[in-house]
Every structure is written in C-alpha cells, then in structure tokens.
Design a protein around this ligand. Sequence first.
Ligand code: SF4
Length: 426
Amino acid sequence: MRAQRQNYKKGWCPGVRRPMETGDGQIVRIRPRGGCLRATDLTEIASLSRLHGNGLIDLTRRANVQMRGLTPESFPALVSELDRLGLADETEAAEAARNVMVNPLAGLDPAEVMDVRPLARAVEEMLSRKVGGFRFSGKFGFVVDGGGRFSLDDERADIRIRAVGSAERPRVAIGIDGAEGVLWLRLLEPGQVLSAVERLIHAFVALTEEVGDVRMVDVPGQVVLAIVRAVERFGEPAGALEFARTSTQKTLGAIVLDDGPVVVGLAAPFGRVEAEDLLAVAERAIAVGASEFRVSPWRSFYIPVPDEQAAQHLSDYARSHGFLLNADEPLLSIDACPGSPACASSTVDTRAAARALAPLLGQIGCVSAHVSGCNKGCARSKPADLVLIGEGEQFRVVRNGTINGPTVGYLPPDNIQNLVALARVF
Ligand code: SF4
C-alpha cells in the first residue's frame, strides 16, 4: 500500500540524531568533518546501511552522506555505531549547526590560495561547542573555500569564507549571501577569521532571534547593516578588493593536479549509491593505498591516491560498480530528487523519468534539468533549462526557471519521449 502522502516543512533537515521519515523509512544524514571521511568510515557506513537500513546511500547537494531505510527499531543501534566511529555530534543542535562545506581538493590542489582545512575544522568546532545551543534554520550553512580549480563560488551559503590573494600572501574574505547576491564584508588575515565569524554568528542570532527560522537571504536591509557593523573592527572592507568568482567544470576520473597529487573523482548518478558498490569501492581504494574520501556538493567523491596507476585501477573498478567518471555524462546534468516511492511527498518516479530524459536533453536544447517529485524542489534551488515537477500523476513543465516558474505544459511520466515533440511548443 502506498505510504500516506505528507508535506515536509521547508528548512527541515535530518541529522544522525534527528532522523526524517520518508517513503522508504527513516533517513539519517552524516556531516563529514572537514568535508572528508576516512575510507574505513565508508566501509563501515556501507556495512551499517545493509545491517540497519535498506542498503541505499545518498550523497547530498550539501556534501553530506545519507543512509536510507532505517526503522524506529534499527535507528538506536545505528546511532550508537556512528557514535563509536566519531561520525555524530553530541547533540542534535550541534549537529544541525555544523553545516560546513569545504573545498573537496583542500590541501591537495597546487592552484588553491591556501589549505583551508584547519580553518574549516576550527569553524566546525566552534559551531559544535560554542554556538550549538543556538538554533539556526536547518539549512543555514557555511562555505569554507581555499579557491583553486574546484572552487565553491557557485555553491550557496549563508556565511562565506573565501581565501583570496596568493599562496605567498593569503588573505580571507568573509561574506554573506543576501537577497542581492554575495555581500563581501571584510578582508582578513587568516588568524582573524574565527573571531570575526563567531562575532558574525552572534550578531545574526541576536538580531533574528525573535524571527526564528530565517536565513541570511531573508534578512531585511537594516538587519544586514547591523550585521555588517558587528564585524567592522576586523580587517579591512572587502569592497576594496576585487577577485573573480571562479566556476570551472568539475572534472572526474583520474586527475593529476599540476604534475603533483593524484585524485580519483567518482560521481554517483543522482547521488545514489548501493551499499554493496560503496563497500567494494572503499575496500578497493584502501587496497590501492587511499585513506580518505572527500565529499563534494556535486554528489561526487574525490579520493587521493598514491599515483596514476592506482588512479586508473580504481577508476576502472569504480566504473564497473556504477560510478560515473566522465563529467560530460548527460545524467550528471540532471538533478532528480528520490521521488516516489522513496519519498512520501511524491507519486512520480523521478529517477526513471530522469534516465529517460538524459538522452533527450541535447535534442530539446537543454543543458540542465531538474526533475522534482513535488513542489518542494529538494534537489536543486538554482534555475534549470527544463524543470519537471510531480503534480498528481503527471509532471508540470517549466522552462528556464525554478520549480516556482510559470507552467508551460503537463507531461505523463510514461511519455517523457514526447518532450522532443513538445519542445517546439514549449
Ligand atoms: S522534492 Fe522530492 S525529495 Fe523533496 S519532498 Fe518533494 S518528492 Fe520528496
């Protein structure tokens, strides 16, 4: 029998200590510290997923890892295992506050301005220990970006920490994502960043406490000015500095970073990995000398390996386990949420529709697409060339926009091919 349909509140995010009900049971979300998991953590996560969940694991758009299909009976045992592995925070509030995205090549990429991992860890520690008592919106997030070839300039954040300048003279800009885009506030010496960010957080919380579940983008202009004033004693105005936001293609497969470090980039279609495949690839990564998996917000792992031979071997092995190693794969141009039956808010199979859509994208003149099971739009907030939104038993179609865009037509899920003919009309 189909699970009862529910609409989940926007802003609600699961954690390890805060499971969320979905159509295929409960999910828990693990937030990797510093954007990195030990390879051995992943073998454990895969085994625990088979033991306590339904064997399905997701990589999320916030560079987290989700385990699906838990039950109220299996959940407590899973939490104690994740505690044992050090993958959970002490409290639900600390876990919710520690929402920090880190450049997946941090400390490896010769093109980065600085290795931001120590800074990211310090911010996480502060969020967990000092600020964890404050309740941010479940989606309130931080980006800590050292620059380089895979910069996070395109990823959304409430508070943005970005290395600028040169490796010889690194500085750090802090900013907020407001209604008008990124507002860079101050340009700091690296040693000033933690204090300034803590001050920024306290100002935000104090100024928005009565409003409750808000994000920076919701904050009215006069509150933004007060937040800006709260950090003006730190460093110098960032407005005096110009730097280019960088957006480079996020390559996959065996990657040699300027004749130096070698990494393997593996994408999971729609971010979904089966536990058996993850276990096999993590074990093989360990066997070729890898020790960590970096998690990226484009639903990929980046795995540092000893040399090109190991990279090639691991790439071939991962491909045979369903990972994608070519960034030009049409499937990677489509964001699709789990949809039905995994999510009880939907009645359409989003991923089947996305697989049918992938080979058609070029024919209908689209580079990006978003297939959403309902009007919550979990998988993507940015506009896409084509948006399909589950509505009852069919898809509502939007062109060049978000799920909130105007409807240009409707499409039954079993007739995705018809998009090619309908594209002339849309
Ligand atoms: S957008 Fe998708 S995952 Fe999110 S609630 Fe709707 S059906 Fe579920």
